[in-house]
Design a protein around this ligand. Structure first.
Ligand SMILES: NC(=O)c1ccc[n+]([C@@H]2O[C@H](COP(=O)([O-])OP(=O)(O)OC[C@H]3O[C@@H](n4cnc5c(N)ncnc54)[C@H](OP(=O)(O)O)[C@@H]3O)[C@@H](O)[C@H]2O)c1
Length: 252
């Protein structure tokens, strides 16, 4: 393949849209999953049958460097190169209390904090560390980290998620500084709220939807639009170290 991408959390709402879009752009797409094997295999097959791209499902728990390294090795063995790493897997990961509401900082326990930080922030670290040597050899590459507006401004009752997403932005900037000399472009995207199962369940708890009130366009974000942006960003050669807000809220 001419272009090859790994998309983590590719069976999820955003990851599946990103993977499918990269398939339409002709990428060899490594469709990463952790638990959702069936979803990832379905997306990989869809990419291959629609073409011009080719999909391959690949399991890795991004909290483990060894599993991430094995996934990068598999991608390079199968497709011969690696042009784009989309560090998408993560989220607030069940930080919801028994009434279906997000937890106050005082309700977080250590294990929940560790899960959110390890998946989002350490996961992105593992992914960058494993893909950078391949990209350094190629003297080219893009790494796109999916962060969140919550990492920029904090969100009530999402302390661990806010910390993890802010950490991803610091990590992205450090990586962009170190990898720039190798022509590796590293950026973070903060998508606006994109509705799907879990997000919709939480939103349904609120009588007043503060998110929509704050958006200048009075609407949610869109997964297809995000996917197209990521595809386009991967064609850009002069942008790195940036936090790109795909949101109609003014975040800071
Ligand atoms: N939706 C939004 O409104 C929104 C807004 C801003 C930012 N984001 C960010 O966008 C990204 C995707 O979110 P989403 O809304 O698409 O959530 P989602 O549908 O819940 O998908 C989350 C994905 O993360 C994967 N994952 C979880 N733990 C993992 C691990 N240890 N190793 C590998 N994969 C793991 C899951 O894979 P398995 O199912 O295979 O376990 C799943 O595919 C997240 O980083 C999130 O923080 C989302």
């Amino acid at each position: 393949m001419d272009k090859v991408a790994i998309v983590t959390g590719a069976g999820g709402a955003l990851g599946s849209a990103i993977s499918r879009h990269l398939g339409t752009r002709g990428y060899g797409v490594v469709v990463n999953y952790y638990r959702n094997k069936e979803g990832a295999e379905k997306i990989a097959q869809e990419i291959t049958s629609k073409g011009p791209g080719q999909g391959m499902a690949c399991k890795a728990d991004i909290r483990s460097f060894a599993e991430v390294q094995a996934m990068v090795d598999t991608a390079v063995k199968k497709f011969g190169r690696l042009d784009l790493m989309v560090c998408n897997a993560g989220g607030s990961l069940g930080m919801i209390n028994r009434s279906g509401k997000e937890k106050l900082l005082l309700e977080h326990d250590e294990a929940e904090w560790d899960l959110v930080i390890e998946t989002n922030m350490k996961g992105a670290f593992n992914l960058i560390k494993a893909c950078a040597p391949v990209m350094i050899k190629q003297k080219n590459g893009h790494i796109t980290v999916i962060s969140s507006g919550t990492g920029l401004r904090g969100t009530l009752k999402m302390a661990s998620y806010a910390a993890a997403k802010a950490g991803e932005i610091g990590l992205m900037k450090a990586a962009a500084r170190e990898l720039g000399e190798h022509n590796i472009k590293v950026n973070a995207i903060c998508p606006g709220r994109i509705m799907h199962g879990v997000v919709a369940a939480v939103v349904s708890n609120f009588a007043d939807d503060a998110y929509l009130r704050e958006t200048l366009l009075h609407k949610n974000g869109d997964a297809e639009e995000l996917a197209k942006f990521i595809g386009h960003l991967a064609t850009m050669e002069n942008v790195s170290g940036q936090t790109l807000n795909l949101d109609s809220r003014i975040l800071f």
